[in-house]
Write a protein that binds this ligand. Structure first.
Ligand code: ATP
Length: 345
């Protein structure tokens, strides 16, 4: 029987140095499928990782690599044709999320897990004032009226850098800029003091200055509340600014996973290496064309029937075994799945 956190447990700050290293989320061999016509496409295969208290994990990969599917599965918000094919996800104090009833999961989502979907503009209801939408988790989980929630709504908006919180609360979404809406969305996702925040491309629709502000804000919020965060982005620059650990995905597979500096300074997987080579750091000007990854992102249809490494057709270090066998994950400070990693002869 799974234990659900009581309201007093939810988001209570961790109070000892030992708890700083508590595992908040443990993902084991997660495999996600979508039914698509006659086929089941595997958007994510055998993905495993842990997130400890206060840690930020950045998941990076090209479009279609399975990042959003992974995040939606963790929040149990896959679309109707999506399903968990295998694996488990364990949340500290709750248990295996996939064994919870829909009602139990609804209670966990929005209280213990904060979820920020892609594109906050479309996630907000255009006909409802922003403050009422930010207050929604308190209405659902704490049964508070809007009047009762208002002080916390204003505090949450303020905490996200919206100093004009009363005006923002009384505005309709179309009256706010993209950056303001993203901040309001983060206020909504954290208003119940969740233990873990799942943020899908939280900066993708924003200009570079606002992107940086949001990243700094996320860092502050995570530090202040000892909040664990998983942030998904196609942009390695964004991820490297915020993440303690980086997980690189390609074709639904986990290619590399480790501490940020290890992955950035000594990438083992040729795909991580290629991503790094094509990275434009925020301080660089775009003077010369960047080296681009050749080839196209993987079409996942049919990949299940294939053996071998999904990256092989684009890989500069391909060797015969890559054609026939998916590499085992090599564990160590950095985990990676490659037959011929960078730095080997
Ligand atoms: N509802 C769906 N039905 C069928 N296939 C889907 C569905 N949603 C996603 N996919 C497929 O699953 C794979 C992974 O998609 P996903 O959106 O998780 O990747 P992503 O890395 O987040 O990409 P993006 O950054 O573009 O959102 C892709 O091949 C995508 O086409």
């Amino acid at each position: 029987m799974k234990l659900l956190p009581s309201d007093s447990d939810i988001g209570s700050p961790k109070d000892s140095a030992q708890n700083m290293q508590d595992i908040v989320l443990s993902v084991n061999n997660l495999t996600i499928g979508y039914s698509s016509g006659q086929e089941v496409l595997r958007a994510c295969r055998d993905v495993s990782f842990e997130v400890v208290s206060g840690e930020t994990l950045g998941i990076v990969g090209e479009s279609g690599s399975g990042k959003s599917s992974l995040l939606m599965a963790l929040a149990r918000l896959l679309p109707p044709n999506g399903e968990i094919v295998g694996g488990s996800v364990s949340l500290s104090g709750v248990g295996d999320l996939f064994e919870l009833s829909s009602e139990q999961m609804r209670r966990v989502r929005g209280s213990t897990i904060g979820y920020v979907p892609q594109q906050p503009m479309s996630a907000f209801n255009p006909t409802m004032k922003v403050g009422r939408q930010v207050a929604e988790p308190l209405k659902i989980h704490n049964r508070l009226s809007y009047r009762e929630s208002l002080p916390r709504v204003l505090q949450a908006l303020n905490g996200m850098g919206l100093s004009d919180a009363t005006r923002v609360a009384n505005a309709f979404p179309h009256e706010l800029s993209g950056g303001m809406l993203q901040r309001a969305m983060l206020a909504q996702a954290t208003i119940t003091n969740p233990r873990i925040l799942l943020a899908d491309e939280p900066t993708s629709a924003l200009d570079v200055t606002v992107q940086r502000q949001i990243i700094e804000l996320l860092k502050e919020v995570s530090l202040e509340h000892n909040l664990s965060t998983i942030i998904v982005s196609h942009d390695l620059e964004v991820v490297s600014r915020i993440a303690d650990k980086i997980l690189v995905m390609y074709g639904g597979r986990m290619e590399e996973h480790g501490p940020r500096d290890n992955v950035l300074q000594d990438p083992k997987h040729p795909y991580s290496h290629a991503l790094l080579a094509s990275r434009l750091t925020a301080d660089q000007e775009r003077k010369a064309p960047l080296p681009a990854l050749t080839g196209f992102p993987l079409d996942l249809r049919g990949v299940d029937r294939e053996a071998g490494c999904p990256f092989r057709s684009r890989c500069s270090r391909v060797i015969p075994i890559c054609e026939v066998e998916f590499p085992r994950t090599t564990s160590g400070a950095t985990e990676f799945a490659c037959h011929n990693p960078m730095g080997s002869s």
